[in-house]
Write a protein that binds this ligand. Structure first.
Ligand code: ATP
Ligand code: MG
Length: 719
């Protein structure tokens, strides 16, 4: 117990020991929310004697889940199954593995990522003799996404065996989509949208399934709750209905997925959904220097829709944040890299202590060039997906072939290396498979002695797969992969190819599997591994290597680094051009929250950089408004940014401002009784015109709090 509460402040301890009921923790960045969450999990296991299989702990990324498992295992020790520390999608996979048979799918369904979806579509285009390009792909995938915005299609297709109603069924697109859905069902493939939708339908249609999961999950906790979508919220709400134990943590100021359906109202208006709730605030920041913290606070105060939090820190004072202004992108990148070298030399920092963040991926290009030039090791997260690499997909297709024998994997590897099974023979297999309702692999097995397959590699392929299927129960997944690549001749083929990088990637994959085996225990299940890995994105990659990390701000969520560079702090980049064009305060606020997430990743030193020149569209570049929104004395300025340019920039920014804000402010007078969604009722004691805040004394609180006058949800109490 000591161990669990040590190293936590009083409010965090309260969060840890508050195990029963509906509880939310609202707190700013770096206040130890995630830490409290891990300790709470361990507390429930160690002190309440609850088995980890009865606790669902939802994280935002697979990487975060991995990290939490590691931490929790340290606290609870040993070999316990922490499989319910997962993302929403990961949890859905667990549910479906147990119960999907009710929807007439096998438990070894496969998970389709965008690449797999494209393969299915490509087949359809070929069958229909249509031309395709990236644009058509995207259009169709978007339409499929819209269809899957709700669960009607699952009910129609799976439960009633009908084709779903598609608005434009008569159109070509409609026909393509129908074929796609059929194909998808044929391979028992589920895409990411399906995972949640299928679980919803299961829970809706089969009360006993829902009840089983409700019974099982005594405790549910969610990290980064501010970015939960309505579906995700519904899911945890449903699941917690029986035991009534739901614990969520989040920071509404860090909602950065509104564009994808996230809605901070679930945390802000938590009590409206559950009635009797408890709220805990964490006020102390442990991550950053006071300089960085003040900058973050000063920035986010400009948001209109927010709950004000006064954060403080006991961390020792550090250096001011630096705003660097360069003449062009190259100069900006050179300066950043130069500074990194200086940090490495002067501060004995390691490469892994440094992160470079940006709003848009293309911004990494200039930085990369300079890093390469300076011979500095770096890793890009969320660039080209590791798991999308040809050789990695091939290798995993071998494993999938062994486990699932699905058509997608078969088509992928049957002719790599060349086995003389080209288009014609494949067409033959396809037609046999369709007619006799076989998988392609089973069709090949059936017809391999057929004349058609003489002098092809069909036999040796079948032998290899059959042998591997036997070996599967005898050896670990990593060993199985090694054997598979040897037996099928894939590795030899890659060696002949002479592309060392591909071979290195295969080794990296093997290493990552070994690591999995170490965390999850020896008998990691092949099917489960494959299903989990399908959920992985590049952001989840292991980052053991000592290198500078480059990533988008979205990817950096929840992480922290001693030295942080935010590059491309330029109008139309951050805030991005779409937000500006929309001329909506809300869109701009999401951008400001992104900037806030970026700056609050920094522990020791923070650099915001931008440069002159022209945007892609030929538009002149100016420093981001977010830089000007923060008082000058919170920065040290480097670079030639003269007053004339600053004036010009400010004019430019003013012209593109949404401008609706002032009109919406309706002030309250001193003495007004008000109601706040989180703090409850209170009285306005005073108004600070400069800071544009009210001083509100909330009933039951020890001291008054500043609340932004822009905060819309501060309502007047009518008497
Ligand atoms: P974010 O909003 O960015 O996700 P968070 O609130 O989840 O941040 P954590 O990542 O849990 O914050 O904690 C930030 C840092 O502070 C971590 O390095 C953590 O180990 C440390 N920390 C948290 N609580 C304490 C504490 N009571 N004493 C010392 N260090 C702490
Ligand atoms: Mg966190």
């Amino acid at each position: 117990m000591e161990e669990l509460l040590n190293g936590l402040n009083e409010s965090q301890q309260e969060a840890v020991v508050s195990t029963e009921g509906y509880i939310r923790v609202i707190a700013g960045a770096g206040s130890g929310k995630t830490r409290a969450l891990s300790h709470r999990y361990a507390f429930i296991v160690n002190e309440l004697g609850v088995d980890p299989s009865n606790i669902l702990s939802v994280t935002f990324t697979n990487k975060a889940a991995h990290e939490m498992k590691r931490r929790v295992k340290k606290l609870i020790g040993g070999e316990q199954d922490t499989g319910f520390i997962a993302t929403y999608h990961g949890f859905c996979v667990r549910v479906l593995r147990e119960d999907i048979h009710r929807l007439f799918y096998p438990k070894n369904f496969i998970i389709l990522d965008v690449e797999d979806q494209k393969i299915l579509l490509r087949e359809i285009f070929e069958e229909m003799e249509l031309k395709m390009n990236d644009k058509t792909f995207k259009r169709i995938l978007d339409k499929i996404g819209i269809l899957k915005g709700n669960t009607h299609y699952v009910q129609q297709m799976i439960l009633r065996g009908e084709m779903p109603n598609i608005d434009d069924a008569g159109d070509l697109d409609g026909q393509i989509i129908q074929r796609y859905l059929k194909k998808q069902k044929r391979v028992y493939g589920l895409d990411f949208d399906d995972l949640l939708n299928f679980v919803f339908v299961l829970f809706d249609q089969y009360g006993e399934v829902l009840e089983k999961w409700q019974d099982r999950l005594f405790y549910i906790q969610v990290d980064e709750f501010q970015d939960s979508s309505s579906k995700q919220f519904e899911l945890v709400k449903k699941l917690s209905d029986k035991h009534g134990n739901l614990f969520v943590v989040g920071d509404p100021d860090q909602t950065i997925y509104e564009w994808r359906g996230a809605d901070p109202k679930y945390i802000v208006e938590f009590e409206q959904f559950f009635g009797d709730t408890q709220t805990i605030f964490l006020k102390q920041n442990y991550r950053s220097t006071p300089e960085i913290l003040s900058l973050g606070n000063a920035l986010i105060q400009h948001n209109y829709f927010r709950v004000d939090k006064d954060m403080n820190t006991a961390n020792p004072s550090g250096v001011k944040a630096i705003h660097y202004h360069g003449k062009d992108e190259v100069e900006e990148a050179k300066w950043v890299v130069h500074r990194i070298q200086k940090i490495l030399e002067d501060q004995k920092a390691e490469l892994r202590d440094i992160a470079i963040l940006y709003r848009a991926k293309y911004l990494s290009r200039f930085i990369e060039q300079e890093l390469i030039h300076a011979n500095i090791e770096y890793t890009i997260f969320g660039g080209f997906k590791f798991f999308d690499r040809m050789e990695i997909k091939d290798a995993l297709a071998h494993l999938r072939m062994i486990a699932f024998g699905d058509d997608l994997s078969f088509s992928r590897i049957i002719n790599v290396p060349k086995r003389q099974i080209g288009k014609k023979r494949m067409a033959f297999l396809r037609s046999r498979a369709e007619e006799e309702n076989l998988t392609l692999y089973d069709a090949l097995k059936k017809y391999s002695t057929h004349d058609r397959f003489k002098r092809t590699g069909a036999d040796s392929f079948i032998q290899a797969i059959e042998r591997l299927r036997k070996r599967r129960s005898e050896i670990s997944v990593s060993e199985l992969l090694q054997e598979a690549l040897q037996l099928t001749g894939y590795e030899a083929y890659r060696r002949e190819d002479g592309d060392q990088e591909r071979l290195d990637h295969l080794t990296e994959l093997l290493h990552s599997i070994v690591q999995y085996e170490q965390t999850l225990g020896e008998d990691m299940d092949l099917e489960e591994y494959l299903q989990m890995i399908s959920l992985y994105t590049d952001d989840d990659r292991d980052d053991q290597v000592d290198s500078v990390k480059l990533m988008t701000i979205h990817t950096a969520k929840g992480l922290e680094f001693p030295y942080v560079f935010v590059v491309g702090m330029t109008e139309s980049v951050l805030p991005n051009v779409r937000a500006l064009r929309a001329r909506k305060e809300r869109a701009l606020e999401e951008e400001r929250r992104l900037a806030y997430v970026a700056v609050t990743r920094a522990e020791r030193e923070l650099y915001l950089t931008e440069s002159e020149g022209f945007q892609n569209g030929g538009q002149k570049k100016y420093p981001s408004r977010f830089i000007f929104e923060v008082e000058d004395d919170l920065y040290e300025r480097i670079g030639e940014l003269d007053d004339a340019l600053i004036e010009e920039a400010k004019e430019y920014i003013k012209a593109s401002h949404p401008g609706q804000k002032e009109a919406e402010i309706e002030g309250y007078a001193k003495g007004t009784r008000v109601k706040h969604p989180v703090f409850g009722e209170g009285t306005i004691e005073d108004i600070d015109e400069n800071k544009n805040t009210y001083r509100v004394f909330f009933d039951g609180m020890k001291a008054p709090r500043p609340i932004s006058r822009n905060f819309k949800k501060l309502e007047k109490v009518e008497d």
